[in-house]
Structure formats: structure tokens, C-alpha cells
Design a protein around this ligand. Structure first.
Ligand code: NAP
Length: 538
């Protein structure tokens, strides 16, 4: 059965549902297909203990409805995963979104029909959609790394992946638990599991920087204050570099006295969480400035850890702070002072195998009941490159991106007309408050769709020249930063064999928005807009 539709959205996370709402408001018939059996994207899958957002709740929420803003009451400064999932479900009900969401519907193939200027999208269960526009809202961190070790199948206990957390309640009481991986997921779950398990062993390959969340309940007074002028808060976020609302001190970190710098870092440390990276404008641009921030954090970590050997292992090494995504934690380092918690350094003595009893490293064997992989994702491109996406003249997206993602504005790809990517590579994406970035892009897209409607344009395609210029611009901006100095998932280093290119756009959300605005104002320069071929196509 083929469903004819104006817009097909792939993915029912925050971005996909927002795209559905935006397109529907325009009167476009729109469906969302979602591989999972629930809405919420990463917030549906990552149900591990301690999961919460690193962006403040007031900012990690939709801005499109002032009524929604007023009626929703966040309970904590940084919302937990269950509260975020409750919020997205509330939004789905409030705006009657579910009737156009098809769960358990995995897209396996999408092919552009150049004659009809439409996308033919095939799903695993045999259903087919025929859509005038295709929106990929598949997430940047939604293809989990399927890390395995030899002998894994012989392990007698339970193995869990943090990004595919099981639905049954895991009782850690009396259990010997291993966590492999110390990124944000490992860092968040460690303190919570340590409080329940008999023993917890954390296997660390690379120590990372982490800032305290400074989480707190949202008081009625704070709630009232934000809601009295929510527009001002939203505008501040839109005009800040990362969409978090923090504007950095415009001075260089090295142009202020040591005392002033220390005071600024201390204030940020105790309040800003992730925003610590924005204490001064050049922390991610200048090595000397970064050294001052990195040194401050190393000293704060050292204060939290009693054992000098563990302290050394937990202290991040020689890469600049922020060039790997830092974590925001709630008592992570102090957890290693507990008698039931152990840290195993696998940088020099790696895990060699799983045994029936547990984990074997080069140096020792450790028995466990439960082993948790918190080893991350095939970031940015993993989910986009899973289905076969075939554009004009049979070009496969996988082939086009074989040396790294190529796009215009991170939104559109030449040879793939009428296909748009939300918070994908080449856009601020994971360097920003992704919820804000997705709303910016969706508002821009719906305005483009309106322009097409008014001008009878059936086909929108990025030009090869615009795409080339954008890729050069993204790379040039990246080269101005320290990000390119460190292998990280920003650089494609998390997956063996992945092209090593800088994935997101580092020019900031405000700079990016200005480029989007300029593009629209120019009549969508950089895109080829083709008139309707057949009457009735939206
Ligand atoms: P991650 O940051 O990529 O961390 C993965 C960890 O696993 C790293 O410590 C990595 O070590 C280790 N690892 C990877 N492969 C391994 C292997 N084969 N053997 C041993 N160790 C291995 O993944 P994540 O913690 O899931 O976080 C990913 C991103 O999701 C975060 O950066 C953040 O953007 C997002 N996230 C956000 C929140 C939030 O908003 N609160 C929470 C969780 C996650 P190396 O560093 O040595 O590679």
C-alpha cells in the first residue's frame, strides 16, 4: 500500500514531532515514521539510571507555543530522562500529534523519483510512502555503537547497552556491576548505580573533563520569573553562541588577572554546568586560554578524589578541555571515594575478552553479574547512513558521503532534492542546544515550503557550488578552533574507518541563523528551485 503525502518525516524525537507540527500548521499532509515503539528519540531509548539533560529545562523545551511554555512546570533545573519523556508525551497529546505518527516503522530505503519530483520511501514492514518532501530527523546520537568483545556470548550474567536500556526494571541490589565507558552516559549512571550495587567497577579508556551540574529543584519564584518574560529568555538563547543563553566574557581568558580569572571560573563552576566552556570567549579558540580552564578543572577534580592513584587516573590528560564533549555530573568523581567502587584503567591494559564470569583485561580477570556498555554512538552520520537513501541518477547518500558529510547549510544535499536534514552534520547540531537548533531549522524550512507553495515550486535542490562553499566554510571555521586538535566524535574518531572530518558547524547558533536568514532573504541563493512539473504536487 502506498500513502501519498506532502511531507514524510523520519524520526519521532523532538525534531521530528516539531517538524510534524510545523508542516501540519501550514496545511501540509504530514506523517512521521519511527522505528521504535515509542516517541521521544534518544530520550525514549536512553533510560539508564541517572540520565538527565545537560541543558537547563527552561531552555531544553519547545518555544513554538507560549501556552505550552506557560502550562508546563519543570521540577528540576536539569530535567531527568523520565520527566523529559513525560514532557514530549504531553506535547504529543496537547497538539494531537500521535494520529500522524507511525511507530514500529523502520525506513529501509528512500529513492527520489526525479520525473515526479517525489520521494518513494519503503519501510521494513512493506508499507510505502510517496512524499513531496522528505525530512530526516533521525538524531545525531541514535545509532549506538555495538561494541563487542571476544567471548561475549559466553558471559553468564546480563549485558546491557546504555542506549538500548531494557524496559524491565534492573535491580542492582547485591550485584557486581561493570560499566565500560566514561562519556556522559557512564558519568551520569556511575553515582546512581554505585549507591545500589554491591560493587561497581568502571572501565576507563580516556579520562574526560566534567563540570558539576549544580542541579536544584525549580522554585515557584524561579518558575514565575522565567514565565513572566519567557520571550526574553528564548531570545537570549537564540543570540548566544550555543543556544544556552550564556554570553561569554568578551575578553580573552589570558587578558585578565589570575585572580579575576579564578573568580570567573569559580562562579561558572558553581552555576553554569556546560556553560563553563563559555566563561571567556576564547576557551575553545586559544590553547593558552584553554590551558587556564583545563588547569582549573583538573584542580577541582583533584579536590574531589581522595586516593592519589585514582585521582591521577581520573584527571584528564593532555587534550584541551571541551574538544571532546565534556560531561556535566552529579557527584561522579566523589563516587570513587566509596569502598564499593573501583576504577580500572584500560588505556594501557585493555579488555581482551569476556569470560563466563566477567571481564578479562591484559592484567586481571574481574567477576560480574551485570556488564553495561556505555560506549557511545556512531555520531552525526550513523543513523542517516543506515537506510539506503538514493537521490537523482541513482546516487547513494552513503557513497556521496564516503569521505565525510557534504551538504549546503547542513540542511540539503545536491542530488537529493526535496530532502532536508534536521540538526545534521554541517549545522551547529551537537555544538549547540539541539532542541533550539532544530526549531530554528524547522521554522526556516516551513518558510521555504511556504515560498515554494506561493511560487509553484515543486523541487528544491542545493547547488554543487553552494555545497562546496559551505563545506569549505565549515572546515575553515573548525580550523579556527581547538576542536580539530583532538580525536573525538566531533572529528569522526569514535568509529574505526570513519572519515576523519569535523562534523558540526562551529560558527555558533546566532551566526548560523544569520546565514539562514540571509539565504532566505536572497530568494534562497544556493538552491535551485524548479517549478511544478505536475499540477497538484505541493
Ligand atoms: P561517548 O561520549 O562517546 O563516550 C563513550 C565512552 O566509551 C568513552 O569513554 C569511550 O572511550 C568509551 N569507549 C568507546 N568504545 C570503547 C571500547 N570499545 N572499549 C572501551 N571503551 C570504549 O558516549 P556517551 O557517554 O553515550 O555520550 C555520547 C553523547 O551523548 C554525549 O557526548 C552527549 O552529547 C550525549 N549525552 C548527553 C547526555 C545529556 O544531555 N545529559 C547524557 C548522555 C549522553 P574513549 O573516550 O577512549 O573513546
Amino acid at each position: 500500500m502506498t500513502t501519498m503525502i506532502d511531507v514524510l518525516v523520519i524520526g519521532a524525537g523532538f525534531a521530528g514531532l516539531r517538524a510534524l507540527h510545523g508542516c501540519r500548521e501550514m496545511g501540509l499532509s504530514t506523517s512521521v515514521v519511527e522505528a521504535g515503539d515509542g516517541i521521544g528519540g534518544v530520550w525514549y531509548y536512553n533510560q539508564y539510571p541517572g540520565a538527565r539533560c545537560d541543558v537547563e529545562s527552561f531552555d531544553y523545551s519547545y518555544r513554538f507555543s507560549p501556552e505550552l511554555e506557560q502550562e508546563w512546570r519543570w521540577s528540576e533545573r536539569y530535567a531527568t530522562q523520565p520527566e523529559i519523556l513525560k514532557y514530549i508525551n504531553h506535547v504529543a497529546d496537547r497538539f494531537d500529534l500521535r494520529r500522524d505518527v507511525y511507530l514500529n516503522t523502520r525506513v529501509v530505503r528512500a529513492e527520489y523519483d526525479a520525473g515526479a519530483m517525489r520521494w518513494i520511501v519503503d519501510c521494513e514492514d512493506g508499507r510505502q510512502w510517496n512524499a513531496g518532501r522528505l525530512i530526516l530527523a533521525m538524531g545525531q546520537l541514535s545509532a549506538p555503537k555495538q561494541t563487542t568483545y571476544p567471548g561475549q556470548e559466553t558471559f553468564a550474567g546480563r549485558i546491557i547497552y546504555s542506549a538500548q536500556w531494557p524496559k524491565d526494571k534492573i535491580d542492582f541490589t547485591g550485584k557486581r556491576v561493570a560499566i565500560i565507558g566514561t562519556g556522559s552516559s557512564g558519568v551520569q549512571m556511575t553515582p546512581v548505580i554505585a549507591r545500589q550495587a554491591a560493587q561497581l567497577t568502571v572501565f576507563q579508556r580516556t579520562a574526560n573533563y566534567s563540570i558539576p551540574a549544580a542541579n536544584a529543584p525549580v522554585s515557584d519564584a524561579e518558575d514565575r520569573m522565567v514565565k513572566t518574560d519567557y520571550r526574553a529568555r528564548r531570545e537570549a538563547a537564540r543570540n548566544s553562541p550555543s543556544g544556552l543563553g550564556f554570553v561569554p566574557d568578551p575578553r580573552s581568558a589570558i587578558d585578565v588577572s589570575a585572580e579575576e580569572r579564578e573568580a570567573a571560573y569559580s562562579a561558572a563552576w558553581n552555576r553554569l554546568g556546560f556553560g563553563f566552556a563559555l566563561t571567556f570567549r576564547d576557551i575553545l579558540l586559544n590553547q593558552q586560554s584553554n590551558d587556564t580552564a583545563s588547569d582549573f578543572i583538573r584542580r577541582r577534580i583533584a579536590e574531589q578524589v581522595e586516593d592519589p592513584v585514582i585521582r591521577d587516573l581520573l584527571t584528564p590528560g593532555d587534550f584541551p578541555f571541551g574538544t571532546r564533549r565534556p560531561s556535566v555530573d552529579s557527584g561522579y568523581f566523589a563516587t570513587f571515594n566509596r569502598p564499593n567502587v573501583k576504577l580500572v584503567d584500560i588505556s594501557k591494559a585493555p579488555i581482551s575478552a569476556f569470560t563466563p564470569d566477567g571481564i578479562q583485561t591484559r592484567d586481571a580477570e574481574y567477576p560480574f553479574d551485570i556488564i553495561i556498555y556505555a560506549t557511545g554512538f556512531d555520531a552525526f552520520t550513523g543513523s542517516l547512513l543506515k537506510p539506503d537513501i538514493i537521490g537523482r541518477d541513482g546516487v547513494q547518500l552513503r557513497d556521496k558521503w564516503s569521505a565525510g558529510p557534504i551538504s549546503f547549510l547542513g540542511l540539503a544535499v545536491q542530488s537529493f532534492p526535496n530532502m532536508f536534514i534536521i540538526v545534521g552534520p554541517g549545522s551547529p547540531s551537537l555544538l549547540s542546544n539541539v532542541l533550539l537548533s532544530s526549531e530554528e531549522q524547522i521554522d526556516w524550512l516551513t518558510a521555504l515550503f511556504e515560498h515554494c507553495r506561493q511560487n509553484a515550486i515543486a523541487e528544491v535542490e542545493a547547488s554543487a557550488e553552494a555545497e562546496q562553499d559551505w563545506v569549505e566554510h565549515v572546515n575553515a571555521r573548525a580550523q579556527e578552533t581547538l576542536y580539530v586538535k583532538t580525536p573525538s566524535y566531533y572529528m569522526g574518531a569514535e568509529m574505526p574507518g570513519k572519515p576523519q572530518v569535523f562534523m558540526p558547524y562551529s560558527g555558533g547558533v546566532r551566526g548560523y541563523r544569520r546565514i539562514l536568514e540571509k539565504t532566505a532573504a536572497s530568494g534562497y541563493k544556493g538552491f535551485t528551485l524548479n517549478k511544478r512539473a505536475v499540477q497538484g504536487v505541493p
